[in-house]
Design a protein around this ligand. Structure first.
Ligand code: ZN
Length: 289
C-alpha cells in the first residue's frame, strides 16, 4: 500500500474530475489532503469563511477511502482556537501550519498548538525554504521547532525534510529522541515528511544521511509528493516513488521499513494505526550500539 502524505487542495472546485483514477494510476491508495489556505496566505484563492473551507475539504476527503483531511490554520488569527474546535468536531484528522511570517514559538501560536494536542490531532508544518515570494527562511529552520518540546502530547511533522537544512533537521530529530533521557514523561513525537523539497540530485545524499545517521527514524518518516489533487501528477508521483525505492534498495532497507515509510508511518501519524513503537534513545558518546 502507498499513501501520499502531502497533497494540496488548490482550487475551489465542484467537480472531483479524475482525482480517483489518477491516484490509482500512480499506484496510490489514499493519503493526507490539506485544505485551502486561511485568508492571510496569498497566491491561492480561498473562501474567507472557515465553514466553506471545511466543506470544501470534506468534499474532497470524503470522495475516496483512506483520505485524511488536514485543516490549514493561521495560529495568530483571533479565532484560531475556535477554528481548531470547529474543525475537530467536523472530524479533521489533523492541522496544517505554514510559519510564513511568524515563528512557531510565538506564545499565541503555542497556545493553539496546545489546544490541537489536547484534541489529539497532529500538526504538519512546512519546514525548509518557503516559496512564498517573501523573506521567510528565519521561521522555517528546523531549530525553530525545538520549542514544540513544550507542547505536551503533540505529534508533529516537518515537511520537505526541511530542505536545504536537512542536516539540521536530522540533528533536531535526534534531540527530540534524546529529550526522553531528561524528561521520561515527555510525550512529544516528531515525524519527518519526505516530500520534495529536495531536487533529485540531493535525494540520495539526504535520504542516506537521514536513514543511516544512527537515529531511530524508521517509524517516523513519511512519503509525500506535494501534488495538487485537482491535477494529480501521476508521472511526478511515480518518478519519486521509483527514485526513493532505488535509494532504499541501495541502502538495504528491509521491505518492512519501506512499507512503513510508504504507508504505515502516516497511519500512525494520524492515529489510524495505534501501533506503539519502541524507539532507541540516542545518548552522547554512544550513538551507535
Ligand atoms: Zn506542500
Amino acid at each position: 500500500m502507498i499513501l501520499d502524505g502531502h497533497m494540496h487542495i488548490t482550487d475551489v472546485c465542484e467537480d472531483q474530475g479524475d482525482f480517483g483514477p489518477r491516484l490509482k494510476a500512480a499506484g496510490i491508495d489514499g493519503g493526507l489532503v490539506m485544505s485551502l489556505p486561511p485568508p492571510h496566505w496569498s497566491g491561492i484563492p480561498s473562501p474567507p469563511s472557515v465553514a466553506e473551507r471545511l466543506d470544501n475539504l470534506f468534499f474532497w476527503a470524503d470522495s475516496l477511502p483512506n483520505l485524511y483531511p488536514f485543516f490549514w490554520i493561521h495560529p495568530l488569527e483571533d479565532s484560531a482556537r475556535e477554528q481548531v474546535h470547529l474543525a475537530a468536531e467536523r472530524g479533521v484528522a489533523g492541522f496544517k501550519v505554514i510559519c510564513d511570517s511568524f515563528s512557531a514559538g510565538e506564545p499565541q501560536a503555542l497556545e493553539v498548538f496546545r489546544e490541537i494536542a489536547r484534541m489529539d490531532r497532529p500538526i504538519l508544518f512546512h519546514s525548509g525554504i518557503l516559496w512564498n515570494g517573501r523573506p521567510s527562511a528565519q521561521y522555517n529552520h528546523p531549530e525553530q521547532f525545538e520549542v514544540l518540546l513544550e507542547v505536551a502530547g503533540l505529534k508533529f511533522s516537518l515537511a520537505h525534510i526541511s530542505w536545504p537544512w536537512c542536516d539540521e533537521l536530522i540533528a533536531v530529530y535526534g534531540k527530540f529522541l534524546n529529550a526522553y533521557t531528561f524528561r521520561p514523561d515527555l510525550s512529544v513525537e516528531m515525524f519527518i515528511d519526505l516530500t520534495p523539497g529536495t531536487p533529485p540530485i540531493y535525494r540520495t545524499e539526504v535520504l542516506t544521511k537521514l536513514l543511516t545517521a544512527g537515529y531511530d527514524v524508521e517509524h517516523n518518516v513519511i512519503f509525500g509528493t506535494d501534488c495538487r489533487i485537482t491535477e494529480y501528477n501521476v508521472e511526478w508521483a511515480q518518478e519519486w516513488i521509483k527514485r526513493d525505492r532505488d535509494i532504499y534498495r541501495s541502502l538495504d532497507l528491509s521491505e518492512q521499513t519501506v512499507e512503513q515509510i510508504f504507508s504505515e508511518n502516516l497511519r500512525r501519524f494520524v492515529s489510524v494505526s495505534s501501533d506503539e513503537v519502541e524507539q532507541k534513545i540516542p545518548r552522547p558518546g554512544q550513538l551507535r550500539e
